[in-house]
Design a protein around this ligand. Structure first.
Ligand code: GAF
Length: 384
């Protein structure tokens, strides 16, 4: 049993006074390319990582849900299953309340549960700790009560909870990869049809994630603004989403858009093309093309979508200087801080880590957190 599972299972027993019956997990994620494309019905290429949210649970015979939060000093929340579950003043508990409420609204019937939940996905780092929590709770009710709910629906339910209950207008990428990821693969996800295609990771390369530890400010408001700008651009072109606009159509009419909206649209339209091309390059072990696409993605996020910060750009430059054309690096996630993802030849991993540890604090005054990650399976029952 992993240390994390042990910790959550022990907390269950210590706080609730009896043993759990089920252990369930859902992972965090890193997005290799395809940023802010999901809510434009476009393409993304994430993989799940070896950081997880773990639940220890036992079904109840009544309609009460009682939750112990291992990461918040074993604080507890308790509520009744119904279609009008309300938000409470504990931020962490609202993700769980929201997921349960929306399962009920979708028509699923189940009894209550005792739950202990904890995780090691770094919070606020852009590695989807919230999506892992939403998905692990959906998966928990699927496992406890044999619900006939598919993995995409667990993801959609989690997204709905986040959009309508927690209040963040995110797309589907984070929940879908947490629910459906394949070990040793990234998934090329078509965020319109929700079709997924496993893409094997390049041979002899590691995924190295560096958290800038730059405190993220204004994330939700900036995120929502970007979303509105993309919707305005789609309206201008008379289409459902920017996915439906080609680069040729954009170039022909971009002068009619205000300059900022045009920049935002350009990022999304070009990022979609880069993502599909990157999946193909990865599948073919074509690192030269992959690195060029990741570099172009970063430049587009920095210059057109304007979601990077100087600390993130600095990290990208430091890593780029180590790996040259032998690997790729870019910001990953929603932006305004958070992490950089790099695909690094195994032989250069130690060098990258050493240089980031020295140069990043010198240049920014911040300490980085560095994770060499494996690509893991999506949400699952661990034991029952
Ligand atoms: C956040 C959101 F939750 C995702 O839906 C996605 O839009 C991402 O930012 C940017 O690609 O993680």
């Amino acid at each position: 049993m992993s240390d994390l599972i042990n910790k959550v299972a022990s907390a269950f027993e210590a706080e609730l006074g009896f043993a759990h019956s089920h252990i369930i997990q859902a992972p965090g994620r890193v997005n290799l390319i395809g940023e802010h494309t999901d809510y434009n019905d476009g393409f993304v290429l994430p993989s799940a990582i070896n950081f997880q949210c773990i639940v220890a649970a036992k079904p109840r015979e009544d309609k009460t849900i009682r939750v112990v939060s291992v990461d918040y000093a074993c604080e507890q929340d308790s509520f009744e299953i119904s279609a009008d579950i309300e938000p409470c003043d504990k931020g962490w508990a609202n993700y769980i309340r929201g997921v349960v409420k929306h399962l009920v609204l979708r028509g699923y019937e189940f009894n209550g549960a005792d739950i202990a939940v904890g995780g090691n996905v770094p919070q606020g780092a852009g590695l989807s700790s919230s999506a892992a929590l939403e998905v692990v709770i959906g998966q928990t009710f699927k496992e406890l009560y044999n619900l006939a709910i598919s993995q995409p629906e667990i993801a959609l339910n989690g997204q709905e909870a986040e959009n309508k209950f927690v209040g963040c207008n995110c797309g589907i990428m984070d929940q879908l990869i947490s629910a459906e990821a394949k070990k040793d693969h990234a998934l090329l996800i078509d965020c319109r049809s929700l079709e997924t295609k496993p893409v094997s990771l390049p041979e002899g390369m590691s995924i190295v994630i560096v958290n800038s530890n730059k405190k993220r400010g204004l994330v939700d408001s900036e995120y929502n603004t970007r979303r509105e700008q993309c919707e305005a651009a789609a309206d201008f072109f008379g289409v459902k989403a920017l996915r439906d606009v080609t680069i040729e159509q954009f170039e022909a009419r971009k002068a009619e858009l205000d300059p900022v909206t045009a920049q935002r649209a350009k990022h999304v339209i070009t990022e979609n093309d880069r993502t599909v091309a990157a999946a193909e390059a990865m599948q073919n072990n074509d690192i030269t093309t992959l690195q060029a696409l990741m570099a172009a993605s970063h430049a587009s996020m920095r210059d057109d979508f304007e979601i990077t910060v100087s600390e993130i750009d600095t990290l990208v430059d430091i890593i780029k200087a180590q790996i040259g054309e032998q690997g790729g690096v870019r910001m990953t996630g929603g932006g305004f801080g958070g992490c950089v993802v790099s695909i690094v030849p195994d032989a250069l991993v130690d060098k990258v880590i050493a240089e980031v540890k020295v140069q990043y604090p010198e240049k920014t005054g911040l300490e980085p957190s560095i994770f060499v990650c494996s690509a893991e399976e999506g949400a699952s029952l661990v034991s029952a």
